[in-house]
Design a binder for this molecule. Sequence first.
Ligand code: IPE
Ligand code: IPE
Ligand code: MG
Length: 211
Amino acid sequence: MPQSSSIHVAIIMDGNGRWAARRGLPRVAGHRAGAEAVRRVVEAAPDQGITALTLYAFSADNWKRPPGEVAALMRLFARHLRTETPRLVENGVRLEVVGRRDRLPAPLVAGITAVERATAPGGRLALRLAVDYSARWAIGAGVILPDVDLLIRTGGEQRLSDFLLWEAAYAELYFTDTMWPDFGAADLARALADFRTRQRRFGGLPEAAAG
Ligand code: IPE
Ligand code: IPE
Ligand code: MG
């Protein structure tokens, strides 16, 4: 199977809360462990041939969660963006946050602006973090990303939860029961290996049958 030279992988990072509950920990502990998984995956991605990575961190519907969990998540995003900036720069990662910003806490918006500016020259990986994101909102606002090649969802559910509805038109879908905090480089490699066995036809015919 020919290997696409540029692969856009999108991940619905689900299962933090259940990961924590199984360990008798508060949900926030799952989100903290999830942030570690983000670091592992971002560091592994370029070596696995991924040129663009879009991660679903917080959906527009996640505002429905208890205020304490939402506030903890917002603090975690702000802290993580700040502490990761040097590593992102070092690794040539360009970070862009996609989604609405007008409902985010001001310190987080300031942190987003700072990390986007600092990482703008990065040319090795286009990393997009979806925060207060809704695909329906994005389509309405005309904010469209590159087509997704492989869409991964962890945590066992098999649904899109308003993520990249437009861009995933021909995405290969990969669902795993692994909870997001347990996901790492080897899991990413497994998903990509599976992706490379898929025959993408885009409505045409298999190569052997064409012409
Ligand atoms: C995904 O994990 C992270 C966010 C949506 C912020 P969840 O928090 O949805 O974890 P589960 O699905 O309850 O296990
Ligand atoms: C989707 O997960 C959003 C993120 C992973 C950021 P949810 O846990 O919010 O989705 P549902 O509620 O199971 O559809
Ligand atoms: Mg969930």
